[in-house]
Design a protein around this ligand. Structure first.
Ligand code: NAD
Length: 481
């Protein structure tokens, strides 16, 4: 389904209106009745007891999808868009209830954006050469059955977005959802199959098992009927799929710094940074995770961040936060999963600080080595590192990005500084003078995805990322020049 320009503008307007309405609020109130309980006994399409059966079913469905006209695949995609919009609230509530992470209002927006702006078959293009010796085409064909690992942070968003791109490209998909998000992920898989069946397509275009485990993932990673792996998650799973011997795409961790130089428009920079950092309680991998600020504007930036709902934590409070949100073992830190994706108010409550609903983010000043700055937290906590000048800022941001080459952001009106930062950081995403979510088409140009393959180079994935090139050559004919 091609979306025309006017429709896109309407969608962006409505998303931004919704975002403005929710961006400054605390997590939406818990649903009156449990979303999880409402789906407990539902028979889910595409969900199997056994992984071998799931893979066999996806293989059979792929044989049906591949020969279908593109127009038919597009009908399925259009119905997935419709059903995602209808169920955005349910998925958002279920995701928050099951994982305990994120913000219902923001998750609704994420689903709406995936539904409206994820590319479909129009993303697939053909290259042609014609001349004296005939006509040669390079077309983008499906891999077949794809094995896709999904995170707990954007569970149904990733399942739906991956499915749309993978199916538009003619593949079917076997998912390995995060065990702590299996219900919401499997419900999204059920919706994908219902969308297909309703328009006359096959069942099992997306599948998974009832109980996803590491053992199940191992079968997927080595199965002869799976020809492409796509892992969205932390460094462990990305390294595992890249060592599988199969073609693999790795959408791994980030730790995006945002640099603010002395030429930035500081009140806007502060507002954008807080909006980006607090979106879905900092769960998106692209979200601002630490600030690097040039000394001459650092105080002004902090002032405006406080005006935008930031709580400036004292040294004692920061020390308590370190002990609460991180677990230290032999000098190494891991995240306390009970704190990931929680709101600033909840995190402050954990260290005995009571704040109102206007507080969206916790800020403090620290050195770049501070654990709350160094580690990828996925919580609305922003450490601020003060630097002498923009060059020191670029060096500091480069170190803090940890070589992930994932996302980095900057506020500046100096194009030389912006260019130097972009070239030095060398990340898949670089947002200038806006909140990080502009990279996903929230108030910025471009399409959304929750699978950003920085490590393997595909960047923001879409249907074309899930294809292989095929050259089709006609010798000495079909050139009509
Ligand atoms: P996670 O790494 O804990 O889990 C991700 C998925 O990998 C889950 O399905 C999990 O079951 C599986 N998994 C983990 N280790 C595995 C292993 N060794 N073998 C097989 N499967 C394994 O991540 P999470 O907490 O769900 O998500 C947050 C992480 O993912 C963050 O680091 C974040 O930056 C990253 N992320 C990246 C992107 C991106 O597009 N680059 C998108 C979302 C999340």
């Amino acid at each position: 389904m091609a979306i025309n320009e006017q429709e896109i503008q309407n969608i962006v307007r409505s998303v931004l209106q919704g975002m403005n309405a929710t961006a400054k609020t605390e997590a939406a109130p818990a649903p009156a009745s449990s979303a999880l309980a409402s789906i407990k006994d539902k028979k889910l399409l595409g969900i199997f007891d056994n992984i071998e059966d799931a893979i066999a079913a996806a293989k059979k469905a792929q044989k049906e999808i591949q020969p279908m006209p593109l127009e038919f695949r597009e009908k399925i995609i259009a119905n997935i868009r419709k059903k995602t919009l209808e169920n955005a609230k349910l998925f958002a509530e279920l995701g928050v209830e099951e994982t305990g992470m994120g913000n219902v209002g923001h998750k609704i927006l994420k689903h709406q954006l995936v539904a409206e702006k994820t590319p479909g078959t129009e993303d697939l293009s053909t290259i042609a050469w014609s001349g004296d010796r005939g006509l040669t085409l390079v077309e983008q064909g499906p891999f077949g059955v794809i094995g896709a690992v999904c995170p707990s942070t954007n569970p149904s968003e990733t399942v739906i977005c991956n499915s749309m791109g993978m199916i538009a490209a003619g593949n079917t998909v076997v998912f390995a959802p995060h065990p702590s998000a299996k219900n919401v992920s499997n419900l999204a898989i059920d919706m994908i199959n219902r969308a297909s069946i309703e328009v006359g397509g096959p069942e099992n275009i997306a599948v998974a098992v009832k109980e996803p485990t590491m053992e199940v993932s191992k079968v997927i990673f080595s199965h002869p009927d799976i020809s492409l792996l796509c892992a969205t998650g932390g460094p462990g799973v990305v390294t595992t799929v890249l060592s599988s011997g199969k073609r693999a795409m790795g959408a791994g961790a980030g730790n995006p710094p945002v640099l603010v130089d002395e030429t930035a428009i500081i009140p806007k920079a502060a507002e954008d940074i807080v909006n980006g950092c607090t979106f879905d309680n900092n769960l998106p991998c692209i979200a601002e995770k630490e600030v690097v600020a040039v000394d001459t504007i650092a105080d002004e930036l902090i002032y405006y961040m406080e005006q935008n709902g930031c709580y400036h934590a004292s040294k004692e409070e920061v020390d308590k936060l370190v002990k609460t949100v991180l677990i230290e073992k032999n000098g190494k830190y891991t995240l306390n999963r009970k704190c990931v994706g929680r709101s600033a108010k909840v995190l402050l409550g954990m260290i005995g600080v009571t704040v109102g609903d206007d507080i969206r983010c916790i800020i403090f000043e620290g050195e770049k080595e501070h654990p709350l700055i160094w580690e990828e937290l996925m919580m609305p906590i922003l450490g601020i590192v003060r630097v002498k000048n923009v060059d020191e800022g670029i060096e500091t941001a480069l170190i803090l990005e940890h070589g992930n080459r994932h996302s980095a952001h900057m506020h500046s009106t100096n194009i030389q500084n912006l260019t130097k930062y972009g070239k030095t950081l060398d990340t898949a995403i670089f947002v200038k003078n806006g909140p990080s979510y502009a990279a996903l088409g929230f108030g910025g140009e471009g399409y959304p995805t929750f699978t950003i393959c920085s490590r393997t180079g595909e960047g923001l994935t879409s249907a074309k990322s899930f294809t292989k090139s095929r050259r089709c050559v006609m010798v000495d004919a079909l050139c009509i020049r």
